[in-house]
Design a protein around this ligand. Structure first.
Ligand SMILES: [Zn+2]
Length: 543
């Protein structure tokens, strides 16, 4: 039975093919397809990494209808002339702090204009282990309130550890590990795409490798990514290379892709080590681990004053415990000695720029280097920094601690994606992607445009398993951007970090124009993305 209708259909198609074609030439088409947007004549990079080609793209509803010449008998409601412009998938930013504390965000932050004007159409939330405790509820509320860009979430190792152990520096007990695992499992069921950690930061830093694996491996049945601000990007504690090995071990033993967030060689002690880091990652791939990284193209990192300079043991137990230690004269001497070494490692007091935060106490120091503030106060740099922390001016800092050579070595590696690590007080929140295009593709060809686009879209979607996003393909969600290679560049600087980038002409988020002809439209077309839950059918195997 099944073969007979199949044969009928086949012969019908052959029989009708010619008559239908000739009929359509003789009289008006009986059916006209309508698309919403036709982007014509741009140089299209589809995200596969190859060279661009001049062609058209059609969008219908929230999807890409076609890539290539517009099919016959199709009309477009809106035409975007992209001649001389570049058309790519919307960028997906795998390390941001854009929607931190999301449900109570103000309208401006919800819109995320700084990201949209870079061509970013999707951002992760929950980097550095700060993922929401209630992933499902957070995503629901975010979507209800409106989002300028799509958002996907990571479960947070730091969040669950704080929920169970507060700021404790003690090792977790078996019961605490069970509680943390239950929270990770719930987050994964609610749609998290993996687990983030920030083992550099107190109190996450108090967790041993084994504790991290015991907790994070709760995500194993679901799969996904272990994304980390690793324990040491420098020479603070275990050292950069041991830290890379630890990150890979935690990810691999937890059954997840290990992603080393904002990969870098921080500070004079580890300059030139990018090759060694990449070699360790490659070696791990040989053992069957999936290992990737993401990177922002700036020589300054951004962090907090205390995170940069104050030893972690001083912060154990939280702020009150820290203040008690600082108040004790012999302990204070020890703190200052270690802070001197931390400052040396980062490059000295003139490389620490106080950029934002610290409330009223911090206000007089915004835009000054630690060296300038120390000179004004007439106190040594580390004492000045400790005093700022003591009075509550624990400000955001831009810390100039990377070399261009290491940045370029990481950038050329095929496993390293683009990320902004966007946060207040650093121009990377507003300028990362245009800067990478301008400085490392157009002005100095460190990588090709095809590679830039792939590292910023398709590769991220594949790494995180973002379904039907991140590439220009028929049927995919219509996250599409159009930019002008002549004018694309970041405008944000370390002293004016919130200036919008230039050159982005059109940004479509789920088919809606969030940027039209270079202007923000106010469309809140972003969606909260939830990973399809994988219900484990058998107990997870341990490696
Ligand atoms: Zn980080």
């Amino acid at each position: 039975m099944p073969r007979v209708p199949a044969l009928h259909v086949a012969s019908l198609v052959i029989a009708l093919a010619t008559p239908v074609a000739s009929l359509s030439a003789q009289r008006p088409a009986t059916r006209v397809d309508t698309i919403d947007v036709l982007i014509t004549g741009g140089t299209v990079y589809d995200g596969s990494g190859g060279a661009g080609r001049v062609t058209d793209i059609g969008l219908r509803g929230d999807r890409i209808a076609f890539v290539g010449a517009m099919p016959a008998r199709t009309v477009a409601r809106r035409r975007v002339n992209a001649r001389g412009l570049i058309v790519t998938p919307g960028f997906i930013d795998p390390h941001t702090h854009a929607y931190e504390g999301m449900p109570v965000l103000d309208p401006e932050r919800r819109q995320n204009a700084g990201s949209l004007m870079q061509g970013i159409t999707t951002v992760v939330i929950g980097a550095d282990g700060r993922g929401p405790l209630n992933v499902g509820k957070t995503l629901d509320e975010a979507e209800k309130g409106g989002l300028g860009t799509n958002a996907y979430a990571l479960a947070g190792f730091g969040t669950v550890r704080a929920a169970v152990m507060r700021a404790s520096s003690a090792p977790a007990t078996p019961a605490q590990i069970d509680s943390m695992r239950a929270l990770i499992t719930r987050a994964m069921r609610e749609g998290a795409y993996g687990v983030g950690s920030g083992l550099f930061y107190a109190p996450q830093s108090y967790a041993s490798t084994e504790e991290a694996i015991a907790v994070i491996s709760a995500a194993k049945p679901f799969g996904g990514v272990y994304d980390t601000h690793q324990r040491d990007e420098s020479s603070y504690s275990i050292g950069l290379l041991a830290s890379v090995r630890e990150s890979i071990r935690i990810g691999c033993e937890s059954g997840l892709t290990a992603n080393i967030g904002h990969i870098k060689a921080l500070g004079v002690d580890v300059w030139g080590k990018a090759d060694s880091v990449l070699a360790i990652m490659n070696e791990a791939r040989g053992r069957g681990c999936t290992v990737v990284g993401d990177q922002y193209p700036w020589t300054a990192s951004g962090t907090g004053l205390s995170a940069a300079l104050v030893p972690r043991w001083v912060q154990a137990g939280g702020r009150d415990s820290m203040l008690a230690r600082i108040a004790d004269a012999p302990t204070r001497e020890r703190v200052l000695t270690e802070m001197r070494d931390n400052l040396r490692r980062r490059g000295g007091d003139s490389t620490i720029l106080l950029t934002a935060g610290g409330g009223a106490a911090g206000k007089p120091y915004v835009g000054k280097t630690l060296a300038q503030v120390a000179a004004e106060k007439g106190t040594p740099a580390v004492e000045t920094a400790l005093e700022l922390v003591r009075i509550g001016a624990d400000m955001s800092v831009a810390s100039f601690n990377m070399t261009e050579a290491d940045i370029e070595t990481f950038m050329k590696d095929p496993y390293i994606m683009t990320s902004s690590d966007g946060s207040g007080g650093h121009p990377r929140l507003y300028g990362t992607y245009p800067r990478k295009i301008r400085n490392y593709v157009l002005d100095k060809p460190v990588i090709t445009m095809g590679r830039m686009v792939r590292a910023s879209s398709t590769q991220v979607a594949e790494t995180y398993g973002l379904a039907a996003r991140g590439a220009l393909k028929a049927g995919f969600l219509a996250d599409v951007i159009v930019f002008d290679p002549a004018t694309i560049r970041e405008q944000a600087t370390y002293t004016e970090p919130t200036k919008l980038s230039t050159g982005m002409r059109w940004v479509f988020v789920n088919g809606k124009a969030a940027v039209a002809d270079g202007e923000i439209t106010g469309a809140m077309a972003g969606r909260a993305l939830r990973k399809k839950p994988v219900v484990p059918t058998s107990p997870p195997n341990r490696r």
